[in-house]
Design a protein. Structure first.
Length: 124
């Protein structure tokens, strides 16, 4: 299963080469509305996936383009891994945003927590 670091995602979003990935934010709608990565698309299936039910995501696959790379975003990146697995099973080229929105915000703010996590990710 593939993953992408916040810095790598930011570079891909800034680059015209290769096309922008489709940002699939699976968090509940209120969380999405309180802050999301620019250009993200909300398919709020977080709660169902967290409970082990992938059917809600499978029912919403028409909302996810099959001809683009997909980056899945949740709160911390854990539930997004489940969604990435479902998308992989369905033939999508999908990756999980490491650290989720927490990681993205930490990257944007240059927080110490993000820098420490980033060091750990290098050893994966």
């Amino acid at each position: 299963m593939s993953s992408i670091r916040p810095r790598e995602l930011d570079e891909r979003l800034d680059s015209a080469a290769g096309g922008e990935p489709f940002l699939l934010d699976i968090r509940p709608e209120p969380a999405f509305e309180s802050g999301a990565i620019d250009g993200s698309h909300n398919v709020p299936v977080y709660d169902e996936l967290r409970q082990g039910d992938a059917s809600a995501l499978r029912e919403r696959l028409d909302d996810v383009p099959a001809d683009r790379d997909v980056v899945v975003v949740c709160k911390m990146g854990v539930v997004a891994r489940q969604a990435t697995g479902v998308l992989d099973d369905e033939g999508y080229d999908a990756a999980t945003l490491l650290g989720g929105m927490s990681g993205w915000r930490g990257y944007q703010n240059g927080s110490l927590g993000y820098r420490l996590r980033s060091l750990l990710w290098r050893f994966r």
